[in-house]
Design a protein around this ligand. Sequence first.
Ligand SMILES: [Zn+2]
Length: 157
Amino acid sequence: MPTVKSKVKCKQCGFPNAIKDFDSGTNEYCISCTRCGCRETFKNKSYFSSGRPEKTVYEINYSAGAYFVKWKDGGGAHGRLSEAEVKGIPARMRADVAAGKLSKETYVTRFDFKTREVTALVGQLPTHDPAEQECELEEEICEAVDEQEVDDLSSEI
Ligand SMILES: [Zn+2]
């Protein structure tokens, strides 16, 4: 089904360039914020026999932070982080950027639930969509970013 990409405002941090992937065939969509890691999904859960959606599910997954890893050879991936990952990952990424393994476009951000502000722990806060060419990767990574998956990412460096 044709997917339409557009930019929308993030519900968690207000970033105007969150990426919306809209499937015009099913009306389902996924919004991913590259700045704070927040993710919204709208999916059809069940259908009438006519094919019309019977039950739809909207979900918003607030996030403690986001990352974007950009490899020197041009590949990259972005996703969201748990509170534990926000604490554990920046030092290693900063070291990899300093060592030249990762490009300077790499970043890690943290969302403060009290002040609702996003700060960059590594690199610069995104002002545009850094993963325009990496949308296939993004899908699979924003599914479930756990410790394991992030470890897998860095082992590919
Ligand atoms: Zn956001």
